[in-house]
Write a protein that binds this ligand. Sequence first.
Ligand SMILES: [Zn+2]
Ligand SMILES: [Zn+2]
Length: 131
Amino acid sequence: MTAQRERVCFQDGLIVSGRFEIPTDPSIRRGPNDNTPCNQVFCGSCGVKVRSWPGVDLKNDPRNRAEHEALYDHQDGLTSKWFTPAAHLRVYACRCNSRIVMGARDLDVNGPDAWACGGHSPPVQSGSEGR
Ligand SMILES: [Zn+2]
Ligand SMILES: [Zn+2]
């Protein structure tokens, strides 16, 4: 974990709307000169990796911890009862919070306080240990 913490995104990471593509490779992170969305957003309050669903809006905001957990835990994908289609949006959720994102937001100033990049794995290397 210590090694990964050194590989965090610029400005705590970027969360984005449904119009942006989030890289699937966990070693890809945001540098100071790009707007690569973070795929390793973690919540410091409830300790989980934040999930996200592109192209949807929340039908109803979760009102309490149980509802936040139900939203986070559902396995119905984009067809979940929680969602209504909205191509330009993306829903992010942890077990204690949720956020609907339009555009792109830096987590250090525009995200929930407890959310931040949890660090990215080193790029896969063949043979040597690298530098
Ligand atoms: Zn990141
Ligand atoms: Zn949380």
